[in-house]
Design a binder for this molecule. Structure first.
Ligand SMILES: N[C@@H](CCC(=O)N[C@@H](CS)C(=O)NCC(=O)O)C(=O)O
Length: 214
C-alpha cells in the first residue's frame, strides 16, 4: 500500500495509526501542504485526489480518499485487531465520538479554511488562531463529556481498548496545541492521550517520527 501523507496532517496521522494498529506495512508518498503554494493543489496530486486533500491510500491499483473511509476499508479488510466494538450501539457511540472530531471540529480549522478566513475577512494570525481554538475546544469539551457519561469508561475513549475515536482524538490534540488551546481543561482526554501514546501504533505514527518531518 502507498499512503499519500504529510507529517503534520492530522487526517494522515489517523490513517498512519490505523495502518500501524493493524500491522499493515506501507510506503509513504509525502505531499507537502505548504511548499510551492501546496503540493496538494498541483495537477499531479489532484489527479490522485480531486479533493486536493491528504491522505489518499493506494491499494491494488485503487485510490481511496477521506481518512475515515480509508480506515473503514482497512477495518473491513483487516478486521483484527478491531477499531470498532462488536455491539451495534457501541459501534455507533465510537463512530459518533470519531465523527465529532472528524466532521465537526477538524474541517473548520483546516489549512484552507483558515487561509480563506484570514484573506477574505482580513483577519490577523491571532484572530485566526482564536477561531481554530474556539471550535477545537468546543469539540473537546463535548467529547470529554461523552467519555465521562458512558458506562464503559476505561483507559481509552470507549473502554479499555484503543478504537476509532482514539485514532481521531490523538491527532486532533496536536492541532489543538498548535493553535494554543488550553488542554489542562481536559484531564480525561490528556489521560487517554498518555495511554494511546504508550502504544507503538500511535507513537510510531506521530508527526515528528515521519520521514518527511521538518
Ligand atoms: N475529511 C478529510 C480531511 C482531509 C484534510 O483536511 N486534509 C488536510 C490535512 S489534515 C489537507 O490536506 N489540507 C490541505 C488544505 O487545506 O489545502 C479526511 O478525513 O481525509
Amino acid at each position: 500500500m502507498k499512503l499519500y501523507t504529510f507529517f503534520r496532517s492530522s487526517a494522515s496521522y489517523r490513517v498512519r495509526i490505523a495502518l500501524n494498529f493493524k500491522g499493515i506495512s506501507y510506503e509513504q508518498a509525502p505531499i507537502h501542504l505548504r511548499r510551492g503554494g501546496g503540493e496538494q493543489l498541483m495537477p499531479a496530486y489532484k489527479a490522485i485526489n480531486p479533493q486536493a486533500l491528504v491522505p489518499a491510500l493506494e491499494d491494488n491499483g485503487k485510490i481511496l480518499t477521506q481518512s475515515l473511509a480509508i480506515i473503514e476499508y482497512l477495518e473491513e479488510k483487516f478486521p483484527n485487531p478491531p477499531l470498532l466494538p462488536k455491539d451495534p450501539a457501541d459501534r455507533a457511540i465510537v463512530r459518533s465520538m470519531a465523527l465529532g472530531i472528524a466532521c465537526e471540529v477538524h474541517p473548520i480549522q483546516n489549512l484552507r479554511v483558515l487561509n480563506y478566513v484570514k484573506a477574505t475577512y482580513k483577519q490577523t494570525d491571532e484572530q485566526v488562531n482564536q477561531w481554530a481554538q474556539h471550535w477545537i475546544e468546543l469539540g473537546l469539551a463535548a467529547l470529554q463529556e461523552m467519555i465521562a457519561a458512558q458506562p464503559k469508561r476505561g483507559k481509552f475513549c470507549f473502554g479499555d481498548t484503543a478504537m476509532l475515536a482514539d485514532v481521531c482524538l490523538i491527532p486532533q490534540l496536536g492541532n489543538a496545541r498548535r493553535y494554543g488551546c488550553d488542554l489542562a481543561k481536559y484531564p480525561t482526554i490528556l489521560a487517554i492521550e498518555k495511554n494511546c501514546n504508550a502504544l507503538p501504533a500511535f507513537a510510531d505514527a506521530a508527526p515528528e517520527k515521519q520521514p518527511d518531518a521538518e
